[in-house]
Design a protein around this ligand. Structure first.
Ligand code: SAH
Ligand code: SF4
Length: 419
């Protein structure tokens, strides 16, 4: 699946459609419909929040710290799904916990396994409103020889309308809670049998686990759900629990400039920027958020990003769109723009979807572009599309909540499978 599609996705790029896109509203409004369940899950709570919960059910102050430590270990190292399995906690305490709480994760409604080993899970989340359909979100696991990367979603849908992204066309948008974000990692470890069992290697050795890396590159714009994403990632990076180090976590943003500095200060993970264009006029069309935070402001935020160094470069994602942003002039301007920023450039072959008005650049053009950037001193890997047959590749995620017709689905699969 390393090739890029040619014929089947060679839809004409209609100027009128692009114009309509360019005039589309910059953002949609996110729903605020999440209502906490009567018996909430403890997944996704910070240690301080867990302490408060224990206080709320009458655990004496002197016991709280120890209980939190125990819960943390059972939930995030051992991955147990039931209080009854927490054998270091007294029976009475376990029963009391089970009366008030769960350790439930999002419900898996479908699992698909690609012929390249990529797995995609469709997860159902409560909508919180009586009568309203449950919300759904997707999460993708990509195994490689030296690592296993989990692509995690931050929102149901996305409020932004990038013109080449399928998720952006989804109407329904709501922010995920921290528990639903951490829950995606829990689900992946459950399904892969990736928890530490008694007697096996100690926690914190993320490199030895199947899920060793996290990318916030699923559905949604993580920096439009900042607090929940921050709280979730701090739990994921906690060395006494899931223990995936911040170096192995990458947050991708379309450029929410004010929250880039906050990401550095409050989360401290690696940063990826969805750049995709080197001129404001074109970026305004591809990534409409550019109208609010233009390229110069975005790159200044990158220059100021704490911890950016040659050892820890910022990734610039650049989707290759035929005849749109893939000329050598674009490559030259890209190199010029990034001067002084410790950067690597990730070229992403465009993944088509029904109704998309772009084509993927020709392979030779991608190679030429990559070579120019490489010769200018930047690492410029071309991202191999993974899981195209199960519609798990970048930008193809769109939950079942907005069902595609059978015909659209068939067309999409055909496009995605065409080499
Ligand atoms: N909202 C965030 C993270 C999710 S998108 C962001 O935009 O950065 C993850 C990556 O997939 C982004 O770089 C996005 O631009 C890219 N992407 C979206 N649609 C795509 C498509 N159809 N083909 C290839 N890449 C796409
Ligand atoms: Fe949202 Fe990212 Fe898709 Fe843009 S590319 S619509 S920001 S998910």
């Amino acid at each position: 699946m390393t090739q890029i599609s040619t014929e089947a996705n060679a839809l004409p790029r209609r100027a009128s459609e692009n114009l309509a896109r360019a005039n589309a509203p910059l953002e949609k409004v996110a729903l605020e419909s999440y209502v906490a369940l009567a018996q909430p899950s403890l997944i996704g709570l910070s240690r301080a929040e867990l302490t408060d919960k224990l206080a709320g059910i009458g655990v004496p102050p002197a016991q709280r710290k120890m209980r939190v430590q125990q819960l943390w270990h059972w939930m995030y190292v051992r991955g147990v799904q039931d209080f009854d399995a927490m054998t270091t906690i007294s029976k009475e305490m376990r029963a009391e916990l089970a009366r008030h709480f769960t350790v439930a994760r999002p419900e898996v409604v479908a699992e698909q396994i690609s012929n390249d080993g990529t797995r995609k899970w469709l997860l159902r989340l409560p909508s919180g409103l009586a009568g309203e359909k449950a919300h759904e979100v997707e999460c993708v696991y990509i195994p490689e020889t030296d690592r296993g990367t989990l692509c995690v979603s931050s929102q149901v849908g996305c409020t932004l309308n990038c013109s080449f992204c399928h998720t952006g066309t989804q109407r329904l948008v709501r922010n995920l809670t921290a528990g639903e974000i951490v829950g995606q990692i829990m689900v992946a470890r459950d399904r892969l049998g990736d928890w530490v069992s008694s007697g096996s290697a100690p926690q914190g050795e993320s490199a030895r686990r199947l899920v060793s890396n996290i990318v916030m590159m699923g559905m949604g714009e993580p920096l439009y759900n900042f607090d929940a994403v921050r709280d979730a990632l701090l739990i994921v990076a906690d060395g006494d629990g899931i223990g995936i180090s911040k170096r192995r976590i990458t947050l991708s943003t379309s450029g929410v400039v004010p929250n880039i500095a906050r990401t550095g200060a409050e989360i401290g993970v690696s940063l990826a920027i969805s750049l995709h264009a080197v001129r404001d006029e074109l970026r305004d069309e591809l990534v409409p958020l550019n109208r609010k935070y233009p390229i110069a402001e975005l790159l200044q935020a990158c220059r100021d990003y704490p911890g950016a160094s040659n050892a820890r470069r910022i990734t610039f994602e650049y989707v290759m769109l035929k005849g749109v942003n893939d000329s050598l002039d674009d490559a030259k301007l890209l190199v010029k723009l990034l001067k002084g920023i410790p950067a690597k450039i990730n070229l992403i072959p465009f993944n088509p979807w029904p109704g998309s008005v772009y084509e993927c650049s020709d392979w030779e053009q991608i190679e030429k572009f990559s070579e120019y950037v490489f010769n200018a001193g930047y690492s410029s890997p071309v991202r191999t599309p993974r899981g195209r047959d199960i519609l798990a590749a970048c930008g193809q995620l769109k939950s079942e909540t907005e069902k595609l017709s059978a015909r659209e689905r068939q067309a999409l699969r055909a496009m995605a499978m065409t080499d």
